[in-house]
Ligand binder design. Structure first.
Ligand code: SF4
Length: 332
């Protein structure tokens, strides 16, 4: 009977190489990819298409796991702390392996495969971190990392002879030369950098995340909103996002939910969404901010606004917000 395993799978090269190295040994793989709200701005859709395409090329069954609020708890209170920014890499990897373990029992898979490389990432791929992750996820001996396997203790699948350790590698550190050679061998092209695209490693984005956390507004919807424009912290209980281009304006409209403040300039200008405690004072501030980003120099700008999905009202904004005031509110 063919042995099955679950592979943690991303658009990066290393996980594809790990899949190939395990497939070569006759193991059937189920690829597990996590869809998180922290993927780089405007790339989510493209990223998902790339992953689906890559799984097809590698001939593996793909499962997409959309993260929910239990993942956000890890970002808020990471058991093993943050990396350079708000990236809780060790806790995040433990969580991912726990989910992979659940899939392992559902599918009758025997072990987990990961493209991690010892010493490649400062936080989660140190030897000690790999050990913690393995232990905390309840997967001791059951994680196979083919790219660095020869530098790590033999896993259970290697010891039991389900897979051959000698077919694996001893890749260490950040150099990618050996992975690129392997990519050529396996004819894998168009891959992303490792960890490329996690916004939790982006210092400017993390200022916005921190503000959401501090304001008790940290949820999936608000994270999606702040990825779609300039973010303004008007107060602890009212926030505003202003789209920077057509794509972001459309994205914001798509995300508008019941009771959100939706603003749209009548002449060429941005769409904005405000949320939280909505009152006349905050509506006026939001109108002046939207007016600041409208094309044209004239005052008396007409801006439509509504409490979604309610009736639209028209406002005439006499004065755009001053640059000085704007800098008080913008988070960047
Ligand atoms: S870079 Fe982001 S996705 Fe990757 S382990 Fe760290 S927190 Fe998780």
């Amino acid at each position: 009977m063919t042995i099955k395993a679950v592979a943690l799978f991303s658009e990066g090269l290393d996980s594809s190489l790990a899949v190939k190295l395990i497939q070569e040994q006759g193991i059937e793989l189920i690829a597990l990819n996590f869809v998180t709200p922290f993927s780089v701005e405007n790339k989510d859709k493209k990223k998902q298409e790339t992953i689906i395409e890559r799984a097809k090329e590698l001939n593996v069954e793909l499962k997409l796991y959309k993260v929910a609020d239990d993942y956000l708890r890890i970002v808020k209170n990471p058991r093993y702390g943050y990396g350079k920014n708000l990236n809780p890499c060790i806790a995040c990897r433990i969580w991912m392996f726990e989910k992979a373990k659940e899939l392992m029992s559902e599918t009758g898979a025997k072990f987990i495969v990961s493209g991690e490389v010892l010493g490649q990432r400062p936080m989660s791929q140190k030897r000690r971190s790999l050990e913690i992750i393995e232990k905390e996820s309840g997967l001791e001996g059951l994680i196979v990392r083919p790219l660095s396997a020869k530098l790590l203790s033999p896993s259970i699948p290697e010891s039991k002879g389900w897979i051959k350790r000698e077919k694996f590698f001893d890749i260490l550190g950040r150099s990618r030369t050996r992975q690129f050679d392997l990519a050529k061998k396996f004819k894998i092209t168009n891959y992303d950098n490792p960890a490329g695209g996690c916004l939790l490693t982006d210092s400017s984005f993390c200022l916005k995340i921190k503000d959401l956390i501090d304001s008790n507004m940290f949820n999936i919807k608000n994270i999606s909103l702040i990825k779609n424009g300039r973010y303004f912290n008007i107060s602890n209980c009212f926030k505003l996002v202003v789209g920077r281009n057509k794509g972001e304006n459309a994205g914001l409209l798509n995300l508008a939910g019941k009771g959100d403040l939706v603003l749209e300039s009548v002449i060429k200008g941005p769409i904005a969404i405000g949320w939280g405690e909505i009152n006349d004072k905050y509506i006026q501030i939001a109108l002046e901010i939207v007016a600041y980003y409208c094309k044209g120099k004239e005052n008396d700008l007409k801006i439509k606004f509504s409490l979604f999905p309610g009736e639209e009202k028209n406002a005439v904004v006499k004065d755009k917000m001053s640059e000085e005031m704007l800098s008080e509110y913008i988070v960047k």
